[in-house]
Ligand binder design. Sequence first.
Ligand code: 7RM
Length: 461
Amino acid sequence: MGNFRGSKQIPVKAVVDEALEKTTTIEKVIVLKRTGESVDMKTGRDIWWSDSIAGQSSDNEAEEMDAEDMLFILYTSGSTGQPKGVVHSIAGYMVYTYYSFINVFQHEESDVYWCTADVGWITGHSYIVYGPLLAGATTLMFEGVPTYPNPGRFWEIIDKYKVNQFYTAPTAIRALQVFGLEPIEKYNLDSLKVIGSVGEPINEEAWHWYHENIGKGRCPLVDTWWQTETGGIMISPLAGITPNKPAHASLPLPGVQPVIVDAEGNELLGNNVEGNLCIRFPWPSIIRTTYGDHNRCKETYFSTYKGMYFTGDGVKRDHDGYLRILGRVDDVINVSGHRMGTAEVENAINEHPEVVESAVVGFPHPIKGQGIYAYAICNSSTKSNAEMESEIKAMVRKIIGPIAKPEQYNFSPGLPKTRSGKIMRRILRKVASKDVSSLGDTSTLLNPEIVQEIIKGAGLE
Ligand code: 7RM
């Protein structure tokens, strides 16, 4: 009926009710009592979980499925406005999450494993539920935030359940780093054997802090690179086997073939090269289709570079042959490990009747990795910037969710456009990162005078 997020209660049932008004195909909703607030139950449609399990037999024969039947759909953001429904299939996904789980984490029978992710995210699907359970592991689930009721929460849980493998995101590490060592020192972390990171590039400072203070310098740190579309971990050290190199996802899992290409699709061989990351051969848990639109799947992932899967990430292969993920090369922003398409956020902002046009870019954020910076061109003569800002926030929150709300706003009179009408995002990114010393060539702009206005709008004059 609802869930807890720190001290907050999220009214999930009300959100579901609203969403279901727009669909005709959902017949039943199972409701679990959790937060205790009263909810409206729709007769004939909504059933309490406790009623639905009462009187059920404990033996139920599993349904036999085809290996290629659909297992689940998970929606994810890309560089276009519409989120894509990533489809995974039964056998390949299960084989690969099991295989990657036991090898990356070096999980042994009777080990206790904990991934702090949300089960609704691909990380939760693959590495709280499927991978660990297929391996017969004891897997913990956590409902909450790292700092509630205090910043020792994670370390308390590790101590209490004697966690052996711990898997979290750089954004959580950075959020906890600011509280210093005191919240850690209260607890015994001796049970830990392996620590892991996922969701975004881990900066060197956070890597060292995590490795020294949580892993006590003795636990291998697995920096695991993968995507909703890959289903499972693709590039990562294997704990205790691959030598650790800070901030490097390191090497592909056995069977995975990463390829680095330049903008023209030429493969960059050898070490000390940087380019776009592709994968050459399919692997068991590769995305099967984008739900309802197979062509879109082909276009998005298999057309940019011929004969290869394109990840959307930039990568560097260093002098040792170790891979370091550099972040997205498309219009996707990664806020605390959540993927946000700029177009999706822009579409939500544009729903505001007084917004004429908008553009959204990422800026470096000390805890979230990236934050969202919004440029909005408005035609309101009566509303102040502060009013527009709070209305836009409410709009984005409603349409996409709280995580997509831009943090910074720039209400300048226009956007820098090329003669072909494309927004020059490079300039918007520089201004958003407060780096206006070298804006590069602006002479090809249709409206070069707007650059000064934007700098003024950012308060950087
Ligand atoms: C598992 C997950 C995928 C995007 C991906 C990257 C970024 C994820 C790492 C990483 C650097 C990592 N699925 N990303 N892991 N970047 N190092 N270890 O996050 O579909 O939500 O996001 O996340 O940009 O393309 S996801």
